[in-house]
Write a protein that binds this ligand. Structure first.
Ligand code: NAD
Ligand code: MG
Length: 399
């Protein structure tokens, strides 16, 4: 008999949140939904609460608590309402919860993910930005409170599956020579830089293999997503920057590899569908059906590999530099990226300026050691202010 797991899904209305609920709904004998959270979309959230029988619903924008209550009543859902930053933390740390899916996008997801770690939960981490900005604090919190950290990012989940034992929260590189971190190269993999000047948000979000939220889709187009993942791999698996090699693999069938000192290279393959890593982590160490179609190798044909182009995609270089610089440099990188991507999505910054805003922010904010969470939050705040200023300066030049 498998024990029933009670789960909170933070960021339930998003791409990862919905894929998580899809897997959960396939196994009512294994999983029960505790809390579902969203930023502002109260009708979507209420509908999900009704469908999955959630006990709590949390809207991050506290001014929408009454609207959420009304929407839940219309759907016939009985979920209790939580709201604001405090509500997100409550949803993550409820005593009846065994497992938390951290799938809020961006820095907003840091505090609730940390709350889940502090409460010693099984923590399924999709929110890579949390780890990038607060790596040492995050891993220390996981260790000190005995939380179980399982990576959801498809590459890190693949690496986790290729490692000999559970290394969650226990960096241990014994026998590992390198991590080969694969990436599709995004929608602009083979476009010359001159053609990228005019690309629109919709073009940048049209990923060839994955359907994802808009922020991570733009990160894939700039390849900053791969850069963030290099930093994520460093913290999750305790590997040095020079041990992480990015390999462009346009088919997105191999989700990453681990190379050992004896020359063995282990890979994890699968269709590009996030329900696979989600199901792997939800049921770990068991295996459950994820609703993912069979991998048809006959239909697939050749798998190909290329070197990344650090000149066309400077975001990747900046991420390696920030990781090597250490301290708050990755927090500054992440904050500047969030501001620049939001500006691009809002039509206020051209695509090629995204990496320029990040580079200039990194150059103008001194990086310091990270001792506490406050160091991280301070660096994040300073970097955001600076990056907003750089974006505005660019706009006034254009106007
Ligand atoms: P998404 O934009 O589709 O969903 C984001 C979710 O977070 C939504 O539920 C939204 O309501 C909530 N949210 C947004 N801002 C918030 C705020 N300020 N406060 C509280 N909640 C807020 O994003 P996604 O594609 O599902 O990605 C979620 C996370 O998972 C990101 O960190 C991303 O990098 C990571 N990830 C996603 C994929 C993927 O395939 N989508 C793959 C790997 C990693
Ligand atoms: Mg990924």
């Amino acid at each position: 008999m498998t024990r029933m797991q009670t789960i909170s899904v933070l960021g339930a209305t998003g791409s990862i949140g919905r894929s998580t609920l899809d897997v959960i709904a396939r196994h009512p004998d294994r999983f029960r939904v505790a809390a579902l959270t969203a930023s502002r979309h109260v009708d979507d959230l209420a509908e999900l609460c009704a469908r999955h029988g959630a006990a709590y619903a949390c809207v991050a924008d506290a001014s929408l608590a009454t609207a959420l209550k009304q929407s839940l009543a219309r759907c016939g859902a009985t979920a209790k309402v939580l709201c604001g930053a405090e509500g997100l933390v409550q949803a993550a740390a409820l005593s009846e919860v065994d497992c938390v899916m951290a799938a809020i996008v961006g820095a907003a997801g840091l505090e609730p993910a940390l709350a889940a770690a502090r409460a010693g939960k099984k923590l399924l981490l999709a929110n890579k930005e949390a780890l990038v900005m607060a790596g040492p604090v995050f891993m220390d919190t996981v260790r000190r409170h005995g939380a179980t950290l399982l990576p959801i990012d498809s590459e890190h989940n693949a690496i986790f599956q290729c490692l000999p034992v559970s290394l969650a929260g226990e960096p241990n590189t014994s026998g590992i020579r390198r991590i080969l971190l694969t990436g599709s190269g995004g929608p602009f993999r083979s476009r010359p830089r001159s053609e990228l000047r005019e690309v629109s948000p919709d073009q940048a979000c049209a990923h060839p293999n994955w359907v994802m939220g808009r922020k991570i889709s733009v990160d894939s187009a700039t390849m900053m997503n791969k850069g963030l993942e290099v930093i994520e791999a460093h913290w999750l698996f305790g590997v040095r920057p020079e041990q992480i090699q990015v390999v462009v693999h346009p088919q997105s069938v191999i989700h990453s590899m681990v190379e050992y000192v004896d020359g063995s290279v282990l890979a994890q393959l699968g269709n590009p569908d996030m329900r696979t890593p989600i199901a792997q982590a939800l049921s770990y160490p068991d295996r459950i059906d994820a609703g993912v179609p069979l991998l048809d190798l006959y239909a697939m044909g050749a798998l190909t590999f290329e070197q990344p182009d650090f000149e066309r995609f400077p975001g990747l270089r900046l991420a390696y530099e920030a990781l090597r610089a250490g301290g708050t440099a990755p927090s500054i990188l992440n904050a500047a990226n969030e501001i620049a991507v939001a500006a691009f999505l809002g039509g206020r910054l051209p695509f090629l300026k995204i990496s320029e805003v990040i580079e200039e922010t990194l150059q103008s904010i001194p990086c310091a050691a990270i001792g506490t969470l406050e160091d991280v939050i301070g660096a994040d705040r300073r970097a955001r202010t600076r990056a907003v200023h750089i974006v505005d300066r660019h706009r006034s030049r254009v106007a």
